[in-house]
Unconditional design. Structure first.
Length: 189
């Protein structure tokens, strides 16, 4: 949540030595859409692929702590300097001041409220899941349904597009009450 509220955030993604690199590039790509990402990785990680995925830096985990701290502080300075020159994000869309019951629902609402950003169901699953296990598509759909229930009194709902087995969440929209279509005239030959 703090990354979403700070447009010039910095994330340090610490990748363990015992694996966990199978989806590293995918996680970096998704996380870099909301924050700058520095990756602390084992030596066997493909640094070029991680940088291409969106990491601003990839540092070996076995680097001395003092040097790691210095490099992270330098990245922070660079981000601060860049954000002073130009704001990275547009102001948030106006949305109802809904306070979901669970923190994960609040994070989902914040993600879906980002301006000009569409989210693939797989990307949201990676952001909302744990390092070892992303949120399943079914669980994400259930969260969106619960969020829509909380948004309904405000006349707003999550806008989703379902196509080819994937769901894209395109933000918020005014909820349109369901209307029964008028009966069509019978087909005449």
């Amino acid at each position: 949540m703090s990354l979403l509220r700070r447009p010039d955030g910095l994330t340090v993604l610490d990748v363990s030595e015992d694996g966990g690199t199978d989806r590293l590039e995918q996680r970096v790509r998704v996380l870099s859409t909301i924050s700058s990402v520095v990756v602390l990785a084992p030596r066997d990680v493909d640094v070029v692929a991680t940088l291409r995925a969106g990491a601003v830096n990839v540092l070996p985990r076995d680097t001395p702590p003092r040097e790691l701290a210095g490099r992270i502080v330098a990245e922070r300075r660079w981000i601060d300097l860049s954000s002073r020159r130009q704001r990275l994000r547009a102001p948030s869309r106006s949305r109802p001041q809904v306070v979901p019951h669970q923190a994960s629902q609040q994070v989902l609402l914040e993600l879906l409220s980002l301006p000009s950003r569409e989210w693939c169901c797989h990307d949201l699953g990676l952001l909302l899941g744990t390092a070892g296990e992303p949120v399943s598509k079914r669980a994400l759909q259930a969260r969106v349904m619960r969020l829509n229930g909380r948004l309904a009194p405000y006349g707003v709902s999550v806008d989703a597009v379902h196509r080819w087995g994937r769901t894209r969440y395109t933000g918020m929209r005014e909820a349109v009450p369901y209307e029964v279509p008028p009966e069509q005239s019978p087909l005449r030959l």
